[in-house]
Structure formats: structure tokens, C-alpha cells
Design a protein. Structure first.
Length: 525
């Protein structure tokens, strides 16, 4: 075999290896520097088993290169590690990939034990989104396991290693007879020599989720033969910690691939079983990731902001925003009677997605502060700084467009520490999809360490300074469904010196309960 990588080696005349990040039966991953762009990347050297002939070695290199390009074709999916480049050097494939700072799901389980169900739901949604994109492109992963699910420091959940190497190494034995690799996560049909289709990926996801919520791999045994027998013949021990994920995990782990759910069916099962949000246990304060700069005009995707959803303040007390408008001008009322039920479905909803229809020019929160609408725009369902689990939940729910708005109001006691409220009105096909997505967003923002719905910052005028400087302090999110819409409001301070939760919480409660469909109805009845 050709000489393997070492620190300082220049691969492809461009990528300087710095230090190894990890290795396995398939190869080794390095932290490296792209000396052309002067950015850090991950470089994986793929170790190929010895070939019987030069032709066979050439075929294996070609296959590795082709599969690397398949992974690169999925680079636009935020739940898949991006492949930037692939090259052959010294008869070995080298893949240049996105450098993800964080840990694998396996490392997280090993260090902290089973994940809470709410976090496991986020893992399920992210991996299903990745597999859906891959399968739609005709690509089967073949090696879904906790070690190939990355939990990034910025809250992202990414699937990596898209079948780059052959799978013979997974079943190799050490001298003691223990198993190397992912044999315990393989589908029974794989071990029986049948075609390895997309259903095998879903089975592997089921075993991965079992490991995630229970803290143990259900089919791991002392030897390869025993592990293979367990995968093919045995049923996993009963789930004890899976909660609402139990039916999904059980369905994915069906021994018969024909009875397993598809990606779309699994996504629907996950969304329909999302648990209701629970109150946070104590104070939480928003913060930036170390070394990350956040500028709304060009927000760095890796910035981390801690947020919470739902209708509680940081002490766990319930917030009850006013339900009647107390603001100033409310637009020109239309005396025509309006039946709100028509807003439950896209086929009957007549409401235009505009500021005039959905947004009051001003509103007054329960503490008497006046908030003024300063900007609004309609876009898709992505926002600056939006966390990948949030984006996945919106995608799975079927969000098709969003009305973004920004309100500006005074801070604590009317001082010169203004608060900016970012309001997002997400649009869905029907009220059922909206409610399920709202429940998912509440769960994610309550229970995920890093979760942000992001915002659309004004390009100029009032509020641009808050977008630039305001991500330093308390950061509260309030989420609610109205008909086929989900409203989410986020409040943040312009400086980092006065964390008064009562002011940011009350700033977000009112618009979520009174803007959107409710405002439209109030102007027509």
C-alpha cells in the first residue's frame, strides 16, 4: 500500500495536512488547510484493501471516485457533510470535506448516555432529511450509524461517509474475534447477501435511534458470528426510554424491508408524535459561539444562539399576553363578515401574505411598551441564523413561504436599550401541518441546547444596528399556530448589559397571539 498521510503533507498541491482527527477501518480524517483559499477543511484519505490485480485496483479507485462525486452531488443539503473535492494521489482516493466542529452521536452517547427524546427527535428528522435527499438522487448510504452522525457545535446534525469505501472491512475480525465497524447496524437483508437498497438505510437508522435513546446497541455481541445471528434472527430488547419515538424505531427495525416505512412515512410519523414542550428548568441566556462573528448582512452560519419556544418565561412561569389589540392604527376595517375556518386550508384561504393584511403598524405589550413595525418582506422558509433542526422541522412540515417582520420597542423601564422583535409567519397547506410543526418547533427550542429560528434583518434604516450588535444577550422565542400558519417571534437586546427577561418575553408574546390571521380577522369583523 502507498505511503499514508502525515502532518505537513501537501495533498493535490493544495491541501496541507495538519493533524489527524480520527480513523477507522476505511481510512483516516485529517484537519487540513486549503492553501489556495486559506480556510480549514477536513481531508479523508480512503484506505483501499489490497487488490488482486492492477485492473481490480483501478476499478476500486474509480468506484471510490464515483461515490465521492455522488456525495458531492448532495452538497446543498444542510444535513449532509459537504464534499468539496476528490482526487487520486499515490493510488489512494482523498476526499476534501466540510470541517465540522463538534462530536459524533456515538461520542455523545458514550460521554453523556442516552439522549433525551426531544433531542432524539431532532436527530431523526435531520437524518431522515439527509436520507430523503440521497435516495431521491439514487444514492444509498449503506453505513448509517451513530459514528456517522455528527453533532456540530453550532447545533447542526449532519450525516457523513456516503458509502465511500467498500464494506468488507466492517466484518473483519481482530485476533480476539471482536467486530470492527458497523456490522451491528446492518439490515438483515444485507447480511443475507440481498440487494442493499434504501430500506437498508432506514433499518440502520432505526438501530441508530434505538442506540440513541437507550444508550446501548441492541445487536452488539462479542463476536462477528454472534452479531450476525442477532441481527438476522433476534428481536431487539423492548424499548424503555424511547417515548413517542417508540413506534417509529420499532417500524424501522422490522426484519422485512417491505414492511418498513419510507422516508416520507417515517417523517410523518416523527412529526405526528412530537411531544408537547416542557418548561425549562432554569435561566438560560443567549450567547455567541466562541470566535464566531454575527453580522446580519452576511450572517455566518456557524453562529450559535440559544433560544426557547413556547409560552413560559425563564422562571417557568406562564405568560398570558393580552388577546385584544391595544395598539394604535389597525388599518382600514372591512365590514364584510369573515369565517376564520376558511384559513385552515390553502384551497379556501383568501388571505394575502402581505404586511397590510397580517401586521399591525404598532402594538402595545402588557407592560405598556409600544412596538413599531419597521420592515417586512416575503421569502421562502429559511432565515439568517436558523438552526438546522428548525429548518428540518419546517421542511418536513411542508412550509412553503414566510412573511418576515421586524418591530422595534423600548427596553426595560423605557430605557435606551431597545428591543428588536423578529416575527416570522410560516405558511403551510393546512392547519394540521401547521399545528404539528408548531409543536415540533416548541419542543426543539425548549430542549435543544442550540436552537434558533433566525431572522431577516432590515437592509437599512431602523434596526440594522440591533441586527449587527444585538445577538449578545437574552434571546426569547414564542411559537404558536394560527389556522394554517405558524407564528414565531424572537426578541433580543441591542446591548449586553441589562438582561431583564420580563421585557423580552412580553415583547414576543403579543405579536404571536395577535398578528397574522388574528389581525386579519380583527380588521374584517
Amino acid at each position: 500500500m502507498a505511503l499514508r498521510g502525515e502532518p505537513g503533507r501537501l495533498v493535490g498541491g493544495r491541501y496541507r495536512l495538519v493533524e489527524p482527527l480520527g480513523s477507522g477501518g476505511f481510512g483516516q480524517v485529517w484537519r487540513a488547510v486549503d492553501e489556495s483559499l486559506r480556510v480549514e477543511v477536513a481531508v479523508k484519505e480512503v484506505w483501499l484493501p489490497p487488490a488482486a490485480s492492477a485492473r481490480e485496483q483501478a476499478d476500486r479507485l474509480a468506484r471510490a471516485e464515483r461515490e465521492g462525486r455522488n456525495a458531492a452531488a448532495l452538497r446543498d443539503n444542510r444535513n449532509i457533510v459537504t464534499v468539496h473535492d476528490i482526487l487520486i494521489e499515490d493510488d489512494m482516493p482523498w476526499l476534501v470535506m466540510q470541517l465540522v466542529r463538534g462530536m459524533s452521536l456515538l461520542q455523545r452517547i458514550d460521554e453523556d448516555g442516552p439522549l433525551p427524546v426531544a433531542e432524539a427527535v431532532g436527530v431523526a428528522l435531520a437524518v431522515l432529511d439527509a436520507l430523503g435527499a440521497a435516495h431521491a438522487a439514487g444514492i444509498v448510504h449503506r453505513d448509517v450509524k451513530p459514528g456517522n452522525v455528527l453533532l456540530a457545535d453550532d447545533g447542526g446534525i449532519l450525516l457523513t461517509d456516503f458509502g465511500i469505501a467498500t464494506h468488507e472491512a466492517d466484518t473483519r475480525l481482530t485476533v480476539s474475534g471482536s467486530v470492527i465497524g458497523s456490522l451491528e447496524y446492518m439490515a438483515p437483508e444485507q447480511l443475507n447477501g440481498d440487494a442493499n437498497g434504501s430500506a437498508g438505510d432506514l433499518y440502520s437508522l432505526g438501530v441508530t435511534l434505538y442506540h440513541t435513546v437507550e444508550g446501548v446497541s441492541p445487536f452488539r455481541r462479542a463476536t462477528a458470528a454472534a452479531t450476525m445471528a442477532a441481527v438476522i434472527l433476534e428481536t431487539a430488547p423492548p424499548l424503555r426510554r424511547a417515548g413517542v419515538l417508540g413506534p417509529l424505531v420499532t417500524a424501522l427495525m422490522d426484519k422485512d424491508p417491505a414492511r418498513r416505512p419510507t422516508v416520507a412515512q417515517a417523517q410523518a410519523m416523527t412529526m405526528s408524535k412530537v411531544p408537547p414542550p416542557r418548561a425549562p428548568r432554569g435561566p438560560r441566556t443567549g450567547f455567541l459561539a466562541a470566535g464566531a462573528a454575527v453580522v446580519c448582512a452576511g450572517l455566518i452560519a456557524g453562529a450559535i444562539l440559544l433560544s426557547r419556544g413556547g409560552d413560559v418565561d425563564k422562571s417557568g412561569k406562564s405568560i398570558t399576553p393580552p388577546t385584544t389589540a391595544t395598539s394604535g392604527a389597525q388599518g382600514t376595517p372591512n365590514p364584510t363578515a369573515f369565517a376564520p375556518v376558511v384559513m385552515d386550508d390553502a384551497s379556501t384561504d383568501p388571505v394575502p401574505l402581505t404586511a397590510a393584511a397580517m401586521l399591525p403598524p404598532t402594538y402595545v405589550n402588557q407592560l405598556g411598551s409600544v412596538y413599531v413595525l419597521t420592515s417586512s418582506s416575503v421569502h421562502g422558509c429559511e432565515a439568517q441564523g436558523m438552526s438546522p433542526p428548525i429548518q428540518s422541522a419546517l421542511n418536513v412540515g411542508g412550509c412553503n413561504s414566510t412573511l418576515f417582520a421586524n418591530y422595534i420597542g423600548p427596553g426595560a423601564g423605557g430605557t435606551n436599550t431597545p428591543i428588536m422583535v423578529s416575527l416570522e409567519i410560516f405558511v403551510f397547506e393546512n392547519a394540521t401541518d401547521a399545528q404539528r410543526t408548531a409543536d415540533a418547533l416548541k419542543t426543539i427550542t425548549h430542549n435543544s441546547k442550540y436552537a434558533s429560528l433566525g431572522m431577516r434583518c432590515p437592509e437599512s434604516g431602523t434596526g440594522t444596528n440591533i441586527c449587527r450588535d444585538g445577538w449578545r444577550n437574552t434571546f426569547d422565542t414564542y411559537v404558536a399556530a394560527q389556522h394554517r400558519y405558524v407564528l414565531a417571534a424572537t426578541a433580543l437586546y441591542a446591548d449586553g448589559t441589562t438582561p431583564v427577561d420580563n421585557w423580552t418575553n412580553t415583547a414576543t408574546g403579543y405579536p404571536v397571539n395577535n398578528c397574522g390571521p388574528k389581525y386579519y380577522i380583527s380588521t374584517r369583523t
